[in-house]
Design a protein around this ligand. Structure first.
Ligand SMILES: C[S@@+](CC[C@H](N)C(=O)[O-])C[C@H]1O[C@@H](n2cnc3c(N)ncnc32)[C@H](O)[C@@H]1O
Length: 209
């Protein structure tokens, strides 16, 4: 896939994306950044990354030629953020089925032990699956980082607190609770955490609510 990293700065994120993308075009309106980033990419031997001097609101990339227009900590710099967003839309083209963020952000969870076992190990892996979120969103997820647990603590009424762990509560691969929370985690759903009135049945069975 071809990615445009808009307001790329020194290109730290661009370089990470270049590991999987066909090509990354890094855009920045600072000549110094473009110079510095180009040199850094050259030093790291990254051949599929190109830096261009340009503005978020008038990006030097043809319409419909990128699969993903990416803005990380950059949109707030635009004088007219709506124009920058419109530029991102233009570059990705009018066909929304081509806008596949999930093709870029894919999550795989491998059990560190059983995954090592040849042939059998891979049956216990989860994913890869397309994922939403980014390093700076509420659903913080990147290719190398994701929460292992999510908890909403209601300090006014503890019984209304919610909890979800990434795949399940058991680390034992043959347990039915090994990955029974995975889809809840994936779709950002949680389970009641009962402090005062523990209903043993629902607590033990982890019925999604
Ligand atoms: C906070 S840095 C983010 C760098 C990188 N995207 C990251 O997440 O690490 C913002 C960058 O946006 C660039 N920038 C600011 N206004 C811009 C504009 N109007 N057009 C293009 N780049 C811009 C700055 O030069 C700076 O390198």
């Amino acid at each position: 896939m071809v990615i445009a990293d808009l307001g790329a700065g020194e290109g730290t994120v661009s370089q990470l994306m270049a590991q999987r993308a066909k090509k990354v075009i890094a855009i920045d309106n600072s000549e110094k950044m473009v110079e510095f980033g180009t040199e850094l990419a050259r030093k790291h031997g990254i051949g599929n990354m190109e830096y261009r001097l340009g503005d978020l609101e008038d990006v030097p990339i043809r319409s419909g030629t990128v699969d993903l227009a990416f803005l990380s900590q950059a949109l707030h710099h635009a004088r007219h953020p709506n124009r920058a967003v419109e530029e991102a839309r233009r570059m990705q083209g009018p066909d929304l089925t081509r806008w596949q963020y999930g093709a870029y952000l894919r999550i795989a969870v491998d059990n560190p032990v059983i995954h090592q076992v040849p042939l059998v190990g891979k049956y216990f892996d989860i994913g890869p699956v397309p994922m939403s979120g980014a390093s700076s969103t509420v659903k913080q997820t990147t290719r190398t980082l994701a929460p292992s647990m999510r908890m909403d603590a209601d300090l006014g009424d503890w019984d209304r607190s919610l909890l979800n762990v990434q795949i399940g509560q058991s680390g034992q691969i043959f347990s039915s609770h090994y990955k029974d929370q995975w889809w809840a985690w994936y779709y950002a759903r949680s389970f009641p955490m009962q402090y005062r009135h523990v209903e043993v049945k629902s607590t033990l069975e982890f019925v999604a609510k």
